[in-house]
Design a protein around this ligand. Structure first.
Ligand SMILES: [Zn+2]
Length: 451
């Protein structure tokens, strides 16, 4: 996809420790799955990665006028990919609620109602994107509200910043307040118009977005399936099997379906580039079907803990060969930080007597997300020609992180320190297409911009 020409610029080299993944390290930290340079060089040109390798080899090959940015005590990684997040819920972050269905009624729906106002949508979209970049997240799969204006505002804001983002209008025609309801006809029409206008434009992707099975009629799910068939390269984004009460509700609403997943499957919504948030209360048949279809789960550990929804079963997902990535699910959680989310993913595994290695955790936050969205040939790892979206993590961000890192003997120990102690303070800088898009206040004095 073409970038705006004004985002293009010349050659720049970033020196520091560099980590990226080629594939899933799995449960045994497969050494072939990642590349790590203790003193590495990431060279970018015209918004793309030009080369990557050991600094001592690449520095001598640089043109004499090339700019070299030194990132001392830092780790450079591809930008984080958050595969499930709601931008209209930015303002209700940290609110309470008993469990999912109660929280939707009392917090989520009232705040989403405000997005009928385009000015409000524009304001929140900017704050939301600022927060993502401040936390090192360069790509996200985003729920908007039911209002087409909310999608318009989000895509306009993302395009102005040259971001690679995916989003869609919520489809919701029943079991929700009247003021948030569309219909099978208007939902399909509006989705189609937005898809035609935005999918593949700049760096943006459209996601067909039924909220979840209980809030769409059978006619609306059928229309979503029609769109999915007509636009096979569009994404599908919804929720699946988050909470036991929700699962029981789906069973009552769709008595003919074998399972919750089966409802989506019946309407042609289970395929590659379909991302299902949560996927906690599944059985073996569901997991096998997800694996076979190429669809993937967005594991949202903090949200699941906070709303008491349950624990994502990593071992069962692996046994079935299911694809999954990690997501914040703002505002079902307390921050936009993917580092904190990885810390909670680690805890969820521990609570289930399973193990998530720190290396695999960072794979889930980068390349796994890009794969789920079908854009791992563009982002999620470093190779010549890939888009240069990356994050600079500060290994001395806090006194505790600095002390813990100093005592770490291995890369895995350093990564564990980052996901256990890190948050937005550990994100020194975020780059979009090779350009600095965020610098933490304490980092602004030094010049690390390549423009
Ligand atoms: Zn959600």
């Amino acid at each position: 996809m073409a970038h705006r020409t004004d985002a293009a610029h010349g050659l720049c080299a970033h020196r520091g420790a560099i980590l990226h993944f080629r594939s899933d390290p799995g449960t045994h930290d497969d050494r072939e799955s990642f590349e790590f340079f203790d003193d590495g060089l990431l060279v970018t040109a015209d918004g793309q990665v030009a080369s990557i390798g050991p600094a001592r080899e690449l520095l001598s090959a640089l043109p004499t006028d090339a700019r070299v940015v030194e990132h001392r005590d830092s780790l450079l990684m591809p930008g984080f990919v958050d595969t499930h997040i709601h931008y209209p819920q930015t303002d209700i972050i940290g609110t309470g609620g008993r469990q999912l269905l109660d929280w939707l009624q009392n917090h989520t729906y009232p705040t989403e109602g405000e997005f009928a106002d385009p000015a409000h949508a524009r304001e929140v979209a900017e704050i939301f994107l600022d927060e993502l970049l401040r936390n090192g997240t360069t790509t996200a799969l985003v729920f908007c509200s039911v209002h087409p204006t909310s999608v318009q505002a989000f895509f306009e804001a993302a395009a102005a910043r040259h971001l690679r983002m995916a989003a869609g209008k919520v489809l919701m025609d029943r079991n929700c307040p009247e003021y948030l309801r569309d219909s099978p006809e208007t939902g399909e029409r509006d989705s189609r118009e937005l898809l035609e206008a935005w999918h593949g434009r700049e760096r943006l992707l459209y996601a067909i977005t039924p909220r979840f099975a209980p809030t769409s009629s059978e006619a609306q799910l059928a229309s979503a399936g029609r769109l999915a068939g007509e636009y096979p390269d569009a994404l599908i984004h919804t929720h699946l099997a988050e909470n036991p009460d929700e699962v029981a509700w789906v069973q009552r609403l769709f008595p003919q379906a074998r399972s919750y997943l089966d409802v989506y499957d019946h309407y042609g919504l289970v395929r590659e580039r379909a991302i299902y948030a949560h996927c906690i209360h599944l059985d073996h048949t569901d997991r096998a079907r997800l694996a076979q279809s190429g669809a993937s789960a967005a594991f949202c550990p903090t949200s699941n803990l906070r709303l008491g929804s349950g624990l994502f079963d990593l071992k069962a997902a692996d046994a079935a060969g299911m694809r999954f990535s990690v997501a914040t699910d703002v505002a079902g959680r307390r921050s936009f930080s993917m580092l904190q989310t990885l810390g909670d993913a680690y805890k969820v595994a521990q609570l289930s007597h399973q193990h998530l290695s720190p290396l695999r955790a960072f794979y889930l936050a980068t390349l796994a997300g890009a794969r789920a969205l079908g854009i791992d040939h563009r982002i999620g790892r470093f190779a010549a020609g890939m888009e240069a979206d990356f994050v600079v993590l500060d290994l001395r961000a806090t006194a505790l992180i600095a002390r813990r890192i100093a005592r770490s003997r291995t890369l895995a120990e350093k990564l564990l320190a980052l996901l256990s102690l890190g948050d937005d303070r550990a994100v020194a800088r975020t780059y979009i297409l090779g350009r600095q898009a965020h610098a933490r206040a304490a980092s602004r004095s030094g010049s690390a911009a390549c423009t």
